[in-house]
Design a protein around this ligand. Structure first.
Ligand SMILES: Cc1cc2nc3c(=O)[nH]c(=O)nc-3n(C[C@H](O)[C@H](O)[C@H](O)COP(=O)(O)O)c2cc1C
Length: 358
């Protein structure tokens, strides 16, 4: 059915469709549904504490006998200056929000995700078949995953990053174009220099590394899938396209915004977490960016808005939540995971057939 079997055979999947790990939005049900449909379901587990992670892996296994992927943020993202404090205008703005929503004191910077070593230990002990990393990785983490029998994927946003990942021993590089929703995987240079679109990035990465390449960023339907296969990738990773599925853990206000949003409503911002990520503009992003002041580094910036975002989620207020989405947002279709997967597979084959006869 698919001519390029590199990623299919390596990851033991039927179709070259990887549902992107999306911290906070993916869950065991979604992962199992994608894997059962022949793709690779992925859990975004950066924010899942080790004990809960073990339970969630068991829950995935309860839903599917097929392979799946669990994703963590690289260990280095846990290192930050604990004494860092918001600059004056940000401090005043946060205090203003806390007054508005009656939230008490603004939290001091603290860790957000991890601890990475314990999370990775759980994945190794549980023999999770595919492990992916975001924000780069290192040879030690890759070796630990390999020793546990896992295949390793990691995102790159430039050709140089792809080569670095190949040297660290990853089995597959994910080339993440600037259209992508969520955090930029950039780990070597200023993100502004690494805003390379999928169409330009993918063939350059394919030419630069020997390992198979997965394309990510702006792939919403069969047109994107088939285009990326033509660019030389062995599979695609799709995030935003799955956000419309009812099984996803997406808050109602975020879901409504996704259905209304256009490409130009998304922006790459550091305002929420301190690291660049693409999401739908809201009051928080606009007002914090307008402060025109140096923000805290990741994850300190994320942690100072923690209570504000928690209250935003409780009030289902789109102005105070992270509404990550890619530039393809207008092409979102709201349908169950199994139906979306079936459509993608069937329509891809039909499109490939039509192109062959052109
Ligand atoms: C809501 C959301 C959350 C994301 N969280 C993660 C994550 O936890 N780990 C990760 O490796 N990538 C994450 N990403 C990025 C995806 O892996 C992928 O690069 C992106 O979704 C591809 O672009 P697309 O959204 O246009 O399909 C996230 C993307 C979205 C939309």
């Amino acid at each position: 059915m698919w001519n390029d079997r590199k990623v299919l055979d390596l990851l033991g999947i039927e179709h070259p469709i990887i549902q992107a790990p999306m911290a906070g939005a993916t869950n065991a049900q979604v992962v199992a549904a994608v894997s059962n449909a022949g793709g690779l379901g992925s859990l975004g587990a950066a924010g899942v504490a080790p004990a809960k992670l073990r339970e969630t892996v068991a829950e995935i296994r309860g839903g599917t006998e097929r392979g799946f992927n669990v994703n963590l943020f690289a260990a280095h993202t846990e290192e930050f200056d604990r004494d860092a404090r918001p600059a004056p205008r940000l401090a005043a703005k946060l205090a203003e929000y806390h007054d508005e929503f009656d939230l008490g004191d603004v939290p001091v910077p603290g860790p957000m995700f991890g601890p990475f070593d314990e999370q990775l230990e759980v994945l190794a002990e549980e023999k999770v078949p595919v492990i992916s990393f975001h924000f780069g990785t290192d040879a030690a983490a890759v070796e630990k995953a390999h020793l546990a029998g896992a295949k390793v994927l990691c995102s790159a946003t430039t050709v140089a990053e792809a080569k670095t990942l190949e040297q660290a021993g990853v089995d597959v590089v994910i080339a993440q174009g600037s259209e992508a929703g969520g955090h930029r995987g950039t780990f070597t240079i200023d993100y502004e220099k690494a805003l390379v679109g999928t169409m330009a990035l993918v063939p350059q990465v394919v030419d630069a590394v020997k390992v198979p390449v997965i394309a990510a960023g702006g792939i919403m339907d069969v047109r994107g899938i088939v285009a990326c296969l033509a660019l030389g990738t062995s599979a695609v990773q799709m995030g935003t396209a799955f956000l419309g599925c009812p099984e996803m853990s997406v808050l109602a206000a975020w879901r409504e915004s996704l259905l209304r949003a256009r490409a130009e409503d998304t922006t790459v911002t550091k305002a929420l977490s301190g690291r660049p990520a693409r999401g739908i503009r809201n009051r928080y992003i606009e007002e914090v960016e307008a402060l025109d002041e140096t923000l805290l580094p990741y994850p300190a910036q994320y942690s100072v808005s923690r209570d504000l975002r928690k209250s935003g989620a409780e009030r289902d207020d789109p102005d105070f939540m992270s509404m990550w989405a890619g530039q393809g947002v207008q092409l979102i279709r709201s349908m169950p995971v199994a139906e979306l997967m079936q459509d993608l597979v069937n329509e891809s084959q039909a499109l490939i057939g039509r192109l062959a006869n052109r």
